[in-house]
Design a binder for this molecule. Structure first.
Ligand code: AMP
Ligand code: MG
Length: 351
């Protein structure tokens, strides 16, 4: 299959409308289109067409019990898809939609089991990114989309990442530049009595608590589940965000962290190792293989660059990667959630 790549231009509405019309034709004939959102690039199909949705699983190599998120471009589209919208869900929608937050509701029969991964619930997101909204509106149907990467690899935050993973396996990529937030959406389950955080993201737990103070946090958000424990978000048992390199997180005071990573570099041979460092520490390492992820004073830059850095580690062919840890508050909870999975929970705690 040939993958067509079309680039939107924020200043050229006529061109963009032509792109969305072509993309809508692909979607409405059962094909796959990758598109930008404010979180990561999504791999979209018609969420109401089980046969089309199956192609997403095949292109990504994704296990079929790992459900997708259905994307909408107006609140009114929600009511045909879900049942029992609780007052807490309504408050969350009012506060954070459109934006980087996904809500899990009880589903209506119109949602095929391919989209919901066989569950009786469905995850819905209303993205804020203008390209995503215009694309969904042009299609006229909800768009089922997981991240547009090969299953297990870091999520794509640029069209080139999608092309690297899925060229020849999907019909179209809409190139809308870099993603603003760079981490997948926050997921909150509102299908039960009390809202529950299933995946942390750029809408932070602190922000959610201001709207729904009684929100609970799924165990899988903080660490690895024990053998036999079933995660509430099925994706949690699969997603790794892993580069080919073996990743180790080193966490402690800045000075101790730099010292320990330098010791590890010496132990393993610095040439085959990479370090993911911050603006504050980058000059302290005894190697040239330093990738700067952002500044500790601006953790949102660290979130936005995380997946790009993990992909770069493969590009440079590092065998081992040492990455500094971050405090698990605000956006740091989401950063560490993705890093721990990328590292297979391999953490050296220094304090
Ligand atoms: P991705 O963003 O690529 O990880 O794909 C969507 C994520 O949403 C996966 O981690 C799923 O496990 C999660 N998800 C989708 N639908 C549901 C649902 N009904 N209940 C819980 N989690 C869901
Ligand atoms: Mg994903």
């Amino acid at each position: 299959m040939k993958t067509t790549i079309l680039t939107v231009d924020p200043k050229d509405t006529k061109l963009n409308n032509e792109i969305y019309a072509k993309a809508a034709e692909v979607i409405n004939t059962g094909g796959l289109v990758a598109f930008p959102t404010e979180t990561v690039y999504g791999l979209g199909a018609n969420a109401l067409d089980g046969t089309a949705v199956k192609k997403i699983y095949k292109a990504k190599g994704r296990p079929s019990d790992n459900p997708l998120i259905a994307h909408i471009s107006a609140i009114e589209q929600l009511y045909a898809l879900v049942r029992d919208i609780s007052p807490a869900a309504q408050r969350l929608m009012k506060a954070f939609w459109p934006g980087p937050m996904t809500l899990v509701f009880k589903k209506k029969d119109i949602i095929p089991s391919e989209t919901s991964g066989g569950l009786d619930t469905v995850a819905i997101r209303y993205p804020e990114n203008k390209t995503a909204q215009d694309f969904i509106t042009a299609c006229g149907v909800p768009i089922a989309a997981p991240s547009a990467n090969t299953s297990g690899k870091p999520s794509p935050t640029r069209a080139s990442h999608v092309e690297y993973d899925l060229d020849g396996k999907i019909d179209m990529i809409i190139d809308g530049g870099s993603c603003e937030f760079g981490l997948e959406s926050t997921i909150v389950d509102v299908s039960g009595l009390t809202p529950c955080l299933l995946r942390p993201g750029s809408v932070t737990l602190e922000m959610l608590r201001e709207i729904v103070p009684d929100i609970t946090v799924d165990k899988a958000v903080l660490g690895r589940l024990n053998e036999g424990e079933r995660p509430k978000a099925p994706g949690m048992k699969y997603t790794h965000y892993s580069p080919d390199a073996s990743v180790t997180i080193v966490r402690g005071s800045t000075e101790k962290t730099v010292c320990e990573i330098n010791r590890l570099l010496e132990e393993h041979g610095a040439e085959k190792c990479g370090v993911i460092a911050t603006e504050e520490t980058k000059d302290g390492y005894n190697t040239e293989n330093v990738l700067v992820i952002g500044s500790r004073r601006h953790p949102e830059t660290i979130a936005a660059n995380l997946f790009k850095m993990l992909r770069k580690c493969d590009y440079y062919g590092y065998k081992l990667v040492f990455v500094e840890g971050f405090p698990e508050s605000e956006i740091g909870l989401a950063i560490m959630n993705r890093l721990k999975k990328a590292a297979g929970y391999n953490i050296i705690e220094l304090d």
